[in-house]
Design a protein around this ligand. Sequence first.
Ligand code: ZN
Length: 282
Amino acid sequence: MELHNPTSELFVPDGGAADEAVARTTHMCVGAHPDDVEIAACHGVLECFGKPDRWFMGVVVANGSGSPRDDLYADYTDEQMVAVRRVEQKKAAYVGEYCAQAFLDYTSAAVKDPSNADVVADLKKIIAAARPQIIYTHNLADKHDTHVAVALRLIKALRELPKDARPKRLLGVETWRDLDWLNDEDKTVLDVSAHENLSAALLGIFDSQICGGKRYDLATMGRRRAHATYQASHGVDVSTGLTFAMDLTPLIEDDSLDPSAYVKSFIDRFAGEVRARIGKLT
Ligand SMILES: [Zn+2]
């Protein structure tokens, strides 16, 4: 597969042919940076892990050159950070038994440029070859610009594909900003209780990010545990890990639906719920 950047790469953990590996994909995550796939789309990894008929593919759009650095990595140049983060992502693809891992290797500035058609073209090529049933990506209420830009480029790419080449489901999952605020009827609840050891291993691989002074591994596992307990105020915990998603599928079923207006509808329903409760109790 010919991707735009000469430094892009399609990594196949089992060493097989890239085209065959990509074609096996059933579940895909399109994330902004190395480690976002493991934070956001643990559900997809677990759905496929050890299953002969399900395969997870990771797609990382940006190269992560601007990440903070400390400890072992304090004196690393941007180029060295890109290299180490790519190795970490490959380790995760191996541990998580992904069928393939794509690195599109764009700068954050390129991803955030709405006029950049290359990102969209690369995503179209990958999705047309992989034909995933479900794609996980960043939710549109995330507070990281590059994350939201990736989700918007992905929606554009999917809208440029014929309807029968689009996945059945598009889920916006949690990275920077969780989705606990969504009204319960607006939440897509994803159980990630299984193989907690594997989830922890995947998050722990990204040493350059954790040594950068951010315990993403502990924070992400803690968020999943907190969601499992705080999801319902009555009854006992039935899961030990949950992640929440915003269902973005309507945006690829109706190409005229405005992403901004779509997200606002969730926010409006949240505002309505808060106001109604206070109104009822005042
Ligand atoms: Zn990220």
